[in-house]
Design a protein around this ligand. Sequence first.
Ligand SMILES: [Zn+2]
Length: 157
Amino acid sequence: MESSNKNPFYSRTDTDKVVRTDEEWKQVLSPEVYHIARQKGTERPWTSQFEKNKEVGTYYCAACGNPLFKSDTKFESGCGWPSFYAPISKGSVIYTPDHTHGMNRTEVQCGRCKAHLGHVFEDGPPPTHLRYCINGVVLDFEKAQAAEKNYEESNNS
Ligand SMILES: [Zn+2]
């Protein structure tokens, strides 16, 4: 995504942990992404372009490019935020108990840069029965174009 071009910490292939100060993040992230990723903000419900996105592809961390979720684990939860029932891999995200606002919730953070992503709840669909309720602002989506293209080429030849 173009918005990521100025961000030197962004990589979809590098798996090294990204540890930076808030000041450093502030310089490379847009104010919206910074607010949610580093200050644990929450976007208003129903505002994410990804909430109803049904396209096939991969969702990456908007701060560091870490692959987080695949479209085939996305479901319509009706909660107003993009929702998934499983991350791409165990290490894609990390979990932290969150007792703010008088609630007992589990915060979900990016496994690579610790950006705040959202929360996970235990009322999702099978097979995991989990609902990862994620702020769309901190997601970068890439359509599975390469895969589609390869498929078409092999069919035409
Ligand atoms: Zn990240």
